[in-house]
Ligand binder design. Structure first.
Ligand SMILES: [Zn+2]
Length: 203
C-alpha cells in the first residue's frame, strides 16, 4: 500500500514536462508504483490538452505538413540500452556513477541527468540515518526497498517523500534490511560527508 504521494503541484509540473530531469525520474519511479497518482496524472494531462485546444490557432509554414509527414516516415531512434536491470523501469536506462561511501553505513551513487536538479541512489544500512541536509528548492525521495521513518511518518517501497522547509529530522532506516532510495533535489546542499562527496562529484 502506498501511503505517501507527491503534491498535486509536483504532479502538474510532471504532466507539463517542467520538472527538471532528476526530479522527474523520482516522480516517474513513484508513478510506476502508484495507480492513484497515475489516475491523477491522466486527469492533469487531459486538462492540459483541453487548454491547448482553447489556444488561438497559429499560422504554419506552407511546407509544415510535408515536413511532419517526412519525419513520420523515419524510423524511431532505438531506446537507450538497459543499464540497471535491477532497478524499476524509470531508472533502468539511467547512467549511474560509482558508489561513494558518504558516512557510516551510508553510500551514494549519482545518476546522470540534465537540468537544474541532481540526484542519485542512497543506500543506508539498518539503524542508520539518511544524510542531514537543508533545503533550497524542491526535493523528492522515493523508496525502492525497505523503509525509513521521519517526522512525516514511515516510508516504504514506492512511497514518495516531498518534505517541506521545516524538515529537520534526518530520515532513519527502520527494520533489519538496508534501505535503498532514489533522491533528487533542486537546491539541497548536503552537510557532512555527503556534502563533501557532493562537492567532489560536482553535483
Ligand atoms: Zn501516488
Amino acid at each position: 500500500m502506498i501511503a505517501h504521494h507527491p503534491s498535486e503541484a509536483t504532479l502538474a509540473a510532471y504532466a507539463a514536462g517542467t520538472l527538471p530531469e532528476a526530479l522527474a525520474l523520482v516522480a516517474a519511479t513513484h508513478l510506476s508504483h502508484c495507480a492513484t497518482c497515475r489516475k491523477t496524472l491522466s486527469t492533469l494531462e487531459a486538462t492540459g490538452g483541453a487548454l491547448l485546444e482553447d489556444l488561438p490557432p497559429v499560422p504554419l509554414s506552407i511546407d509544415a505538413l510535408d515536413r511532419l509527414l517526412g519525419r513520420m516516415d523515419q524510423p524511431a531512434p532505438p531506446p537507450p540500452p538497459i543499464l540497471n536491470p535491477e532497478l524499476p523501469a524509470p531508472l533502468n536506462r539511467v547512467a549511474l556513477g560509482r558508489w561513494w561511501p558518504v558516512g557510516p553505513g551510508v553510500r551514494y551513487r549519482p545518476m546522470q541527468s540534465s537540468g537544474a536538479a541532481w540526484g542519485g541512489l542512497v543506500l543506508a544500512q539498518p539503524g542508520r540515518s539518511l544524510p542531514r541536509h537543508g533545503h533550497a528548492g524542491r526535493e523528492l525521495t522515493c523508496v525502492l526497498s525497505c523503509a525509513f521513518a521521519d517526522q512525516d511518518g514511515t516510508f516504504a517501497a514506492g512511497d514518495l517523500s516531498e518534505p517541506g522547509d521545516n524538515h529537520d529530522q534526518p530520515p532513519a532506516v527502520i527494520g533489519v534490511q538496508p534501505c535503498l532510495c532514489v533522491i533528487a533535489s533542486e537546491g539541497m546542499r548536503l552537510r557532512g560527508l555527503l556534502g563533501f562527496a557532493q562537492r567532489i562529484i560536482g553535483r
